[in-house]
Unconditional design. Sequence first.
Lengths: 467, 73
Amino acid sequence: MMTDTVHPVDTRIAASKTIGDASGDDARATARDVASQESVAPENRNLLKPISTVAKTRELVKTNRLPSMHVEDGAGGCACCHLPPAPDESTPALKKAEPNDKNRQLENKGGKVVDQAAAQLAPRAFEYNADGSATYQVRSGDTLTRISRAALRAAKGDVAFKPTEQAIASVARRIADANNIEQTDMHLIRPEMPPLKIPKDVVGVEKLPTDRVPVPGSEIIESAGASKEFVGKVKQAVEKLPPEVRRLLEESGVKIIAAGEIADYDPNLARSRPRGWPPGSSWANADGLQASDKRIVLVAENTRDGSGTLKPSRRTQGVINHEVGHSVDVVLGHFSHSDAFKAAYDKDILALSAADQIKYGYFLQGKGDNLNYAGREEAHADVFAAMKGASSNSAETEATLKNFPNSRQAIDTRLAELRQEQNRTDMLRALKPAQPGLVSADVGLGIMGAGLARAAVLASAGQEKSK
Amino acid sequence: MTLNDDINKQASIGVCWMEPDGTIKLQLSASEPGMRGEALLVYAPTQNEYMEILRHVGPLTPGEKKSVAPFPM
């Protein structure tokens, strides 16, 4: 029977709840509670008698509005467990109950025991090394399992992350191997041990961005921590893009980065959770991104799965196409916001079946709000990707082309216009290579919308005629 | 055909589907100021997060595709 009553075990749960921010006085104060209930040697427990356990528990629960989390067995004990739960670093810090004279006296007597308990409750701190590995100073009460769980949380940048048992076991083995700990002795961690080495692939997030290196033979591709094979794959994928698109990207200063993983580009970004994504996920799970303000398209060789393990991405071509689709949209002055694309997109989505409306809900988001272009931008990027051979989910390439024929036509028309604009620029450049007016037309073609670029070309042609 | 108003107004972070073995795949897009990103998250039935994901996306049968509403932050 679940009850709302408080029983002694709740005191320890309450104490464990400080772990998420157990620093300074709060951690020490709560540690005193733990010490006073659990850690004091039997011969010293008489010291605790003046304060009622239940009264103190009620005070903590009341102060922090905690629910009772256990099942009372009718005799003041807990029917569901005999041991307190393991400290959970994901729970928020508690407010400390106001001290009174009696527990101030006890605080003074707690001494060493209190300090030890406070140390156990403090968050596990990893010291990061320049190579991306870390060291960890073992403390009392540590086990490889707890250290591994904390390392996975640190790698994720999410104290609420709940790694799987397999992931914890895998990390524990890697830490044991790196520190010559016998497999049979994995749980015997001692505070007097030298600091543990935590391998780079376990907590390698506190590193600097990897240097970006130009890829020979390409004006727009750079490499950041990716393997030679992957860079070659990206190069091939970029070569499959139409020449007018590659030229547009180059003239607009867009770089395509072949990265080992997102953390190679931005370690801090890799630790943060994108808005609306599932708990425990982060940008490290992404295999592609497009940063319009930095003129960057990034494709990652590896992504981290739910357990934090690096796994190769299997969607390279589709991801490059999709992110390039976003980038082309931006450098063409947000073509997906234009009347021409809007009309085509509206025709396509009105022709979708009810089932496809659910399936493509992602492309339809914000349809009712003229200020929200998210659905249209995503539709543009994925139709563009499908037209270039693979949408972000390659299995959907054919279906996307079939269901968005008008959007496809609109993109085709715009790319044909782009080719004409580039041809005109080349022609004028060949006629008068040194004329300053042509230089501005050239720049305009790269970064402005079609109308502006055409006007610049016509203006240059007019100058030619008048001479 | 007119658009379903519920879908029309709903925010979405991507699409999900279930594989024949029950694995749930989430093809997600991230949208932050000046930045977009893509990911394919895979949740096998043995993973801790599986039920949480299934509860969020709602009933799903193998082969069925659905839009994914944003998770609470």
